[in-house]
Design a protein around this ligand. Structure first.
Ligand code: C5P
Length: 249
């Protein structure tokens, strides 16, 4: 039977577990819209993702504001620079109160280690394996003569040996990466679309249940929730889809 209301679904242990695993992408142009969404979705998401659009517009103030209101913030800046610069940027991210921060695994071991050392356990460093917007042609274009899966595996192994807390990957590669990484690391997958929702510009998509079954520890969902007429209900529906994986065990 479907839970009758928000408090009922949030009070069940299984759903609170899945709620922690839902990250809502705040891909909006300003703090006003971001705060409006967070107020309306509230506890129905475990964390909120601030990406380049919002961060470039509002700076760390929006991170601090959400953190001060009790939210966990995933800062999706996809850093890729010399180790010294990345190290200082990570320290600034730690000071902002963010819980997770992305870097590009292709920045190499020295950069990844600089990031994890600067995080000093106060922030989870998540390494982007291969952007989901890339296909094999674009990989070859930038001088990587391999398949997406091989490159994702290589980047995930590098992230692990460099001490990263997790990786970002498409749901399509999640199962192979889970096998490689074991249970200890986070696998965060964007490109998730609830059953029956709009695909938008995402190409390599999966449903929430498919992503969790493939080994994702967290899923990132943006427009299917933030553009919904009732974002809270849309988030709760995603959590219910994630829970199906536990019911079918
Ligand atoms: O609206 P949608 O659910 O497509 O949003 C997905 C979010 O995940 C966006 O913020 C997008 O930038 C991000 N993302 C992605 N693919 C990646 C990394 C991040 O879609 N490889």
């Amino acid at each position: 039977m479907m839970p009758a209301n928000t408090s009922e679904i949030l009070s069940s242990p299984a759903s609170s577990g899945m709620r922690e695993r839902l990250i809502v992408a705040l891909d909006v142009p300003n703090a006003r819209e971001a705060v409006g969404l967070v107020r309306s979705i509230g506890d129905a998401a475990g964390a909120y993702k601030i990406g380049l659009q919002l961060f470039v517009a509002e700076g760390p103030a929006i991170v601090r504001e959400l953190v001060a209101s009790g939210r966990r913030v995933f800062l999706d800046l996809k850093l890729h620079d010399i180790p010294n610069t990345v190290s200082h940027a990570v320290k600034s991210a730690v000071d902002s109160g963010a819980s997770m921060l992305t870097v590009h695994a292709s920045g190499g071991a020295a950069m990844l280690k600089a990031a994890t050392e600067a995080a000093a356990g106060r922030l989870k460093i998540l390494a982007v394996t291969v952007l989901t917007s890339m296909d094999e042609d674009t990989l070859h274009e930038v001088g990587v003569p391999t398949s997406i899966l091989d490159q994702a595996l290589k980047m995930a192994a590098l992230a692990k040996s460099s001490g990263c807390g997790g990786v970002i990957t498409s749901p399509r590669e999640a199962a192979a990466l889970r096998k490689l990484l074991g249970d200890g690391m986070a696998i965060v997958t964007p490109g998730v679309r609830p059953a029956g929702s709009e695909v938008n510009d995402q190409k390599r998509i999966a449903t929430p249940a498919e992503a969790i079954t493939a080994g994702a520890s967290h899923i990132v969902v943006g427009r299917p929730i933030t553009h919904a007429s009732d974002p809270t209900q849309a988030a709760l529906a995603v959590i219910r889809e994630m829970e199906q994986t536990q019911l079918s065990k």
